[in-house]
Design a protein around this ligand. Structure first.
Ligand SMILES: [Zn+2]
Length: 113
């Protein structure tokens, strides 16, 4: 499962951060996820609990911040918000749009002890 390796990546970041910032327990992890990242939030939550077991984030809560995907419509000549990668422009229906954001998958913030 794709989400499993994402969580392993998150754990690596947490461990590295705990060394440099000197904390022992992670209480909350805020992760920003774009709708085009291909990540399933439910699968991510499940993987998070499995991967964090026995680690410094054993009891950590995963807070998911779902962002909007944005694209540039060449017909409207302005940015629009889309739901999926191959959406047409929600304003004019044109397919001439270029995705500009929505693929993010990043740790935004940590709550630690
Ligand atoms: Zn448009």
């Amino acid at each position: 499962m794709h989400e499993m390796s994402i969580c392993e990546g998150i754990l690596q970041v947490l461990e590295a951060e705990s060394q440099t910032k000197n904390f022992k327990v992670v209480k909350k992890v805020f992760v920003e996820i774009g709708p085009l990242s291909g990540v399933e939030v439910e699968a991510l939550r499940f993987s998070f609990d499995v991967v964090m077991k026995g680690s410094l984030a054993d009891t950590a809560v995963l807070e998911v911040i779902e962002t909007d995907a944005k694209a540039w419509c060449m017909n409207c000549n302005e940015p629009v918000i889309i739901k999926q990668r191959f959406d047409d422009c929600p304003q004019c229906g044109s397919a001439q749009i270029q995705v500009t954001s929505g693929e993010e998958l990043a740790i935004k913030e940590l709550e630690v002890d």
